[in-house]
Design a protein around this ligand. Sequence first.
Ligand code: IPD
Ligand code: CA
Ligand code: CA
Ligand code: CA
Length: 256
Amino acid sequence: MLKSVLHEAVMAGAEQVVKYFNQTFDIKYKEGRNNLVTEADEASEKAIIEVIKKTYPDHHILTEESGDLPQQSEYKWIIDPIDGTINFAHGIPIYCISVAVEKSGEMILGMVYNPHMNELFFAERGGGATLNGKPIKVSSETDAMKSCLVTGFPYTYIHEQNGPLQVFERLITEGVPVRRLGAAAIDLCWVACGRLDGFYEHRLQPWDSAAGFLIVEEAGGKVTDFDGNPYSPYQHRILATNGLIHEQMLKVIHNQ
Ligand code: IPD
Ligand code: CA
Ligand code: CA
Ligand code: CA
C-alpha cells in the first residue's frame, strides 16, 4: 500500500510539473541568493501532499516548500517537488520529483522520477534498486582518478577549508571529469545505475538526498558523510560512490 501511494504521489507531482515546462510561470525568490521557487514547484508539492493525505492523513510530512508538517506518527514522507528547479526554470530537462518514506528514523522507500527521460528510480530497503522496474547496480570502476564524478555547488560557503572549490580544484587538476547536473537526486540515481562513479556535495537538505541515498545503497553503493560515517539526510555533507572508490574520494576531500 505504501509503495502504491508513493508511486501515485510521485506521478501526481510529475503531471503538474510537465504542464508548466517551457511555459510561462511565476517565479518567486526565497531567502538567500538564487534560491527560487516556481508555480510548478508549488503545484507539484500540493498534488503530492494531497495524494499522501488521502490515504495517510496522520503521517508526518517534511517538504522543501511547505516545511515540516509534524504528526505523531512513525512514518515520515520527505518530499522534493522539483529537484533541479533552476534547470526547470531555464527549460533544461534535467530535473525530477523525489519522494522518500522514513519509518521510525530509517529510510525504507525512495522514488525519483525524471519525466523527460521517463526514468523512474525506486528502492525499498533490503529489496534492491530498480530503473523502470529493472534491477540496477553501481559501476565497477576502482580508480577515482579514472572515474566520472558529479557534484553540486552551494551558493554560499564556497570558500571554506576543503570546501566545494578546493575539492573541485583537486579533482580537475588531476584531469578527473566532474559533472554538475544541477539536481542532486538525479546525481545520486545516476551513481546508482552506474552512469557515474561517485557524487559529493557540501550542503544538501534532507529532501535533496532522502530518496536518492537509499537508491544508491540498494544498488550496491556506499553513502557516508565526509568522515566516512553512515549517511543521514539530516546533515549537509554527502559522499555517494560505487563503494570501490570511496576511500580514495575521502582522501581527496581531506587533501590526504
Ligand atoms: C538543488 C539541487 C542542486 C543542489 C542544490 C539543491 P532544488 O535542489 O539538488 O543540484 O546543488 O544544493 O538545493 O532547489 O533544485 O530542489
Ligand atoms: Ca530549492
Ligand atoms: Ca532539491
Ligand atoms: Ca526543490
